[in-house]
Design a protein around this ligand. Structure first.
Ligand code: PEP
Length: 256
């Protein structure tokens, strides 16, 4: 397995249903100068669909990549309210978050629809950031490993090795999202190792060693350092703390 340093860290912000177009433009004016000189990590911001063009414009000429938060798996059609991968790609998105626990909980997404979305993203040349994670009940019932392996297998069903080499996985324990209750670096690292072992069984040692696994769940400037010190944690998916330019910049600027 390559050394952890062979995997370039990714710090991604998920803005959920926050920020108008004007607020998006403002964020980039403030955020860009704070991260301009950094090369140790890839920086990704995922605004709402409506703010994608403003975010792309705000990030043009910088190393910041823009992602969408969801997609429909068809390219076009009679699907009121949906947005397709070719549409977001044409708008300048480079990546897309798929299977976020809020999508699974509130919008009934399943491993099967996650899989359709992953394949559609890959077909359009977008990097899928595939979220998996257990609820508190599942962790307390010692079902964490089984749940994650099921989500991994279902969401990534029938992917080729080439497909797999293009995805990013985000481990997001549902009990840590938006709750202020972060997994300890030890809990997160242990779970990342379990996911990487699973990846190794499915796709072999080399590809598993190259897979970037991000941690998500109440990541803040105060806890990013401890998480990033763990060799199997390759970055973070940040919700609330990504909304403010200074706090997102402080997270991106963890001591590499
Ligand atoms: C998220 O939305 O993916 C997330 C991890 O949120 P928060 O950082 O607010 O817990």
């Amino acid at each position: 397995m390559p050394a952890a340093s062979a995997r370039k860290p990714v710090i991604a912000g998920n803005w959920k249903m926050f920020k108008t177009v004007a607020e998006t433009a403002k964020f980039f004016q403030v955020f860009r100068p704070l991260v301009e000189d950094l090369t140790h990590a890839e920086i990704v911001i995922a605004p709402s669909f409506l703010s994608l063009p403003a975010a792309v414009e705000g990030a043009t000429g910088s190393q910041i990549q823009i992602a969408a938060q969801n997609l429909h798996w068809e390219s076009e059609g009679a699907f009121t309210g949906e947005v397709s991968a070719p549409m977001m790609k044409a708008a300048g998105a480079r990546a897309v978050i798929i299977g976020h626990s809020e999508r699974r909980q509130f919008f009934h997404e399943t491993d099967e629809t996650v899989n359709l979305r992953v394949k559609a993203a890959l077909k359009s040349g977008l990097t899928p950031i595939v979220c998996i994670g257990e609820t508190l009940d599942q962790r307390e019932a010692e079902q964490t490993k089984a749940v994650l392996l099921q989500q991994f297998d279902g969401g990534l069903a029938s992917l080729t090795e080439k497909d797999f080499s293009r995805i990013i996985v985000a481990y997001e324990p549902v009990w840590a999202i938006g709750t202020g209750r972060t997994a300890t670096p030890e809990i997160a690292a242990e779970t990342h190792i379990c996911i990487r072992d699973k990846a190794q069984q499915r796709f072999g040692k080399k590809l598993a060693g190259q897979l970037r696994i991000l941690y998500g769940g109440s990541v803040k400037p105060a806890n990013i350092q401890g998480l990033m010190e763990k060799p199997d944690i390759d970055g973070a998916l940040v919700g609330g703390a990504s909304l403010e330019a200074a706090s997102m910049a402080a997270i991106v600027r963890y001591q590499a």
